[in-house]
Design a binder for this molecule. Structure first.
Ligand SMILES: C[S@@+](CC[C@H](N)C(=O)[O-])C[C@H]1O[C@@H](n2cnc3c(N)ncnc32)[C@H](O)[C@@H]1O
Length: 350
């Protein structure tokens, strides 16, 4: 596969549309995503910094592993919905043999992409970064930045496809074909033979390690309202369905782990306590930033009701006696740390 052909790109009408933002109470949203009901999270610097901090928390939670599966040969990697590209940058940095290794990130919004990137990272986005970052494209392939649309990558292409926190961006009816597009059991395949998929999703229904959180707590009311605000478009319980979707897509081996992400430093385990401490600030920000548009614009919650729900939920998140975490419950929802093995592994393994 050839990369590196250099094209001079101009902002097309489509790209220009992707750049426009709207402002809501000092936060910036991508107008295109809002108008097309694709993604309702902010895309400003504040959110990029939060996503970067959250990435570091995930790294601690996943024992510093960026890549869970034992990928035999890492030449090309796809990161779906890269956001601030924290994961993609680290993978590219840690695999500097850039003649062979190419990390590609795809995102509907160009706004949070970093300015400085490793040579072997290419962010496939529309909008303001087009000229700088979309100048290299594979001849003949159409750029797809909305993951709700069918992939146009060539077959047998990626050794690893990574998809993290896309539940709020993928349409609820798209998930089976999104997984199939990644796996493509029938020819052509996006994954190379022996390739892997790695997905991580948070289930936003807050749980308590000592059962002390009830439906009347603000944290639960926040979760319920957040999920209700998006339920006509998104499946925020998708984590629990991923195993079934991968098996349906024909993967031979699927491994899934559920890990509680503490909202504050309540754990008796020193490592989890430290993760909870780092996560506390992230959660305080997340409770407001993720929910602002969905609750005030989609559920029409008043400013006063929104502010008081968020403030109460923040206090509860910081209350170590509640032992709150995202999420895990008995139905196995939670942070889904899933990696799936492509059906051809055995034929291609050395
Ligand atoms: C919650 S952020 C997660 C970012 C990153 N994966 C991470 O774990 O830090 C979701 C990202 O996915 C992007 N996104 C949401 N829906 C999308 C879609 N349908 N197509 C492409 N990108 C999408 C958003 O613009 C945002 O950057």
């Amino acid at each position: 596969m050839t990369y590196g052909a250099t094209f001079v790109c101009l902002l097309s009408g489509k790209d220009a549309m992707r750049v426009l933002t709207i402002d809501l109470r000092g936060r910036e949203y991508q107008k295109f995503s809002i108008d097309h009901r694709i993604y309702f999270g902010p895309v400003d610097d504040e959110e990029a910094q939060r996503l970067d901090a959250q990435h570091r928390i995930f790294q601690a939670l996943f024992d510093d592993r960026l890549i869970f599966p034992p990928v035999r040969q890492l030449r090309r990697v796809l990161d779906c919905g890269h956001g601030a590209a924290s994961w993609a940058v680290e993978v590219a940095d840690q695999n500097p043999r850039c003649e062979f290794i190419k990390v590609i990130g795809v995102d509907i919004a160009p706004h949070m992409s970093p300015d400085d990137m490793p040579e072997n990272l290419w962010l496939q986005v529309g909008g303001k970064h087009s000229i700088r970052k979309m100048c290299r494209r594979q001849a003949g392939s159409r750029i797809v930045d909305d993951l709700n649309r069918a992939f146009t990558f060539p077959s047998n292409h990626f050794d690893l496809v990574h998809s993290r926190l896309l539940a709020t961006g993928i349409h609820h009816t798209r998930w089976p074909s999104y997984v199939r597009d990644i796996v493509r059991c029938e020819s052509p395949k996006v994954l190379t033979p022996g390739g892997w998929v790695q997905m991580v999703e948070i289930y936003f229904n807050v749980q308590s390690d000592n059962g002390s959180i009830t439906d009347s707590h603000a944290l639960r009311r926040w979760s319920a309202q957040y999920m209700r605000a998006l339920e006509d478009r998104k499946d925020l319980r998708i984590g629990s369905r991923l195993r079934g979707l991968f098996v349906e897509a024909g993967l031979e081996e699927v491994d899934m782990k559920m890990i509680p992400l503490p909202l504050s430093e309540w754990s008796s385990d020193a490592n989890m306590r430290s993760i909870g401490q780092s996560n506390s600030r992230n959660v305080n920000e997340l409770l407001r930033s993720l929910a602002l548009y969905p609750m005030t614009q989609r559920l029409h919650m008043s400013k006063q009701n929104f502010d008081s729900l968020v403030e109460e939920a923040q206090q509860e998140a910081n209350d170590i006696s509640l032992k709150a975490y995202f999420p895990i419950d008995s139905q196995r929802e939670g942070i889904i740390d899933m990696f799936a093995l492509d059906e051809n592994r055995h034929r291609n393994r050395v």
